[in-house]
Design a protein around this ligand. Structure first.
Ligand code: 1CP
Length: 353
């Protein structure tokens, strides 16, 4: 078995005993850190940063130098997969991610080659291998991808969306075409994640940021089904150890029971669900990850500490909890406030173990 100085994140994912609640933070490498902004400036652009393994490794390690995080997450983006499929990803200032060639017809979807995703993403695999080497066995490395539904929203809308009008009309008017797209994306993501494991990722997270925009039945049909398909295809062991999978559907709190059945080891919660209630519903089946409201990082350090205390006590005693935000940290946050959150978890959580 591979040796790790700190494996409490992997242990908690399997609901095994830990000395304190492990933590990491979605988007822990990012614009709230001045050192990230400096490295991004050096890279010239966001994609320049993603495609340079040395710089991607550097920004992955930056939050670990500041905070007692129990895991590193690969620095990349979910949209590298559609980019590799030929859609031409770019980031326009103030507008977020955009595609030069969004999907606009059934013929374009039919022409997508799912194998292309993994073969075009060597730069991600080089980053994974380099980060693993540079972590020197300190903490585990999380690999990730977007869910097929979440990727499809960007690919059909051409970028971020408020109402998902185009992608939903495709789903409701041409379900066979939508299923063809989602099936291809599931294949691409499964191969891509398996390759990340082969190169050194020790746990995986599937980000289903926009699954919560769907109705109950549509969520099962267009999102959960394809995450389940991906998980069925993944290698679940590497280097003599289980490679746990975390599924995070933002807005998925009401569907926890079905999500807990998709084959994942852990379910990520946004902040709208009480974690104690979630534990009562599914905590005997999966580990739970979450779930502080990211905007609480704007509050005073005292208020942040009180919130951490509330979440820890709501989950209660025992393993099976990974502390995290309920969504990614936002750019304007004061790094000292992140420190207040981390210190609170480190100081207050041993009482629960
Ligand atoms: O200018 C910049 O520096 C770009 C900001 C940025 C960053 C730091 C983007 C553009 N992506 C990232 C990194 C990133 N994205 C990571 C790195 C690892 C980490 O530290 O956590 C991860 C895991 C992601 C995943 C991601 N990208 C998601 C899923 C998670 C989530 O936050 O919901 C989504 C939806 C994206 C798309 C994307 N990429 C970038 C932005 C600003 C967005 C969101 C656009 C939108 O809101 O629609």
């Amino acid at each position: 078995m591979v040796s790790l100085e700190n494996d409490r994140f992997l242990r908690a994912l399997m609901c095994e005993p830990v000395d304190r609640t492990p933590l990491w933070m979605m988007r822990q490498a990012g614009r709230y850190l001045p050192e990230y902004r400096a490295t991004r400036a050096e890279a010239g652009s966001f994609m320049g940063l993603c495609t340079n393994p040395e710089l991607a490794c550097e920004v992955t390690l930056q939050p670990l130098r500041r905070y007692a995080m129990d895991a590193a997450i690969l620095f990349s983006d979910i949209l590298t997969v559609p980019d590799a499929l030929g859609l031409g990803l770019y980031f326009s200032e103030g507008e977020g991610p955009r595609f030069e060639r969004p999907l606009s017809s059934a013929a374009e979807i039919d022409a997508l080659d799912p194998e292309r995703a993994a073969s075009e993403l060597d730069y991600v695999m080089d980053a994974v291998a380099l980060i693993r080497k540079e972590l020197k066995g300190s903490v585990p490395l999380i690999g990730f991808a977007g869910s097929p539904w979440t990727l499809a929203t960007y690919m059909v809308e051409g970028g971020s969306s408020k109402d998902f009008a185009k992608v939903k009309s495709l789903a409701f008017n041409e379900p066979a075409v939508m299923h063809q797209l989602l099936g291809k994306l599931a294949k691409s993501v499964a191969v891509y994640l398996a390759e990340q494991v082969r190169c050194g990722a020790q746990a995986l997270q599937i980000f289903d940021t926009w699954g919560g925009s769907l109705s109950h039945a549509a969520y099962r049909e267009f999102s959960l089904r394809y995450m389940t398909e991906i998980i069925e295809q993944l290698p679940r062991e590497a280097e003599g150890r289980r490679v746990p999978v975390i599924v995070f559907t933002k807005g998925g709190g009401q569907w926890l029971e079905t999500i807990a059945d998709c084959g994942a080891d852990a379910v990520g919660l946004d902040w709208t669900t009480d974690i104690g209630e979630a534990r009562a519903r599914v905590g005997d089946r999966v580990c739970l990850q979450g779930n502080m409201d990211p905007t609480l990082l704007n509050a005073s350090p005292e208020r942040i500490r009180a919130e951490v205390d509330q979440i820890l006590s709501s989950f209660g005693a025992g393993s099976g909890h990974i502390f995290n935000l309920g969504h990614g940290v936002t750019p304007g946050i004061d790094p000292d406030h992140v420190a207040a959150m981390v210190d609170a978890v480190v100081e207050l959580s041993p009482a629960y173990h």
